[in-house]
Design a protein. Structure first.
Length: 150
């Protein structure tokens, strides 16, 4: 593993422990050349997942895009970064356990909305308003009524 500070290949592991509910390994490393320490994470390589977008374009699944959408929905809400990270982890477990090579973006959106519904109702409505592309106030109100009936 190359040192991120001096690019030396002369690094060694000084500590290893499970991370993310045993889904990855956290390793503390030390560079023998510059003496600095850094952390790496090791995860099982998963099958590349292709997301089929609304316009039928295909692109590789990108965790950062999903996280960014959830972060926008949770902006100024009492939802911690850890809760968002856990929500995305749960989403990934669900979609990768299906062992499909392709997934519709609409399926990912539905899973996110289900999770946001229980986490924070306001974040759910924000996400749904963008995801479902509400055309007017009446469509928005219909979604709110459905939510209030549950």
């Amino acid at each position: 593993m190359k040192c991120p500070f001096c690019s030396s290949d002369n690094t060694r592991v000084i500590d290893s422990r499970p991370a993310d509910d045993n889904n990855s390994i956290r390793r503390r490393r030390n560079c023998d050349d510059c003496g600095r320490r850094f952390t790496t994470y090791e995860k099982v390589e998963t099958i590349p997942l292709i997301v089929i977008k609304k316009d039928d374009n295909r692109e590789q699944y990108d965790r950062a895009k999903v996280e960014a959408g959830i972060l926008r929905a949770c902006h100024k809400r009492p939802v911690s970064a850890e809760q968002i990270h856990q929500l995305v982890d749960e989403l990934e477990v669900e979609i990768f356990n299906s062992e499909e090579k392709e997934i519709l973006s609409s399926k990912i959106g539905e899973i996110v909305m289900d999770q946001l519904y229980t986490l924070d109702p306001v974040a759910y409505v924000r996400f749904a308003s963008v995801y479902r592309e509400f055309k007017d106030v009446n469509t928005f109100m219909d979604e709110l009524k459905k939510m209030l009936e549950h």
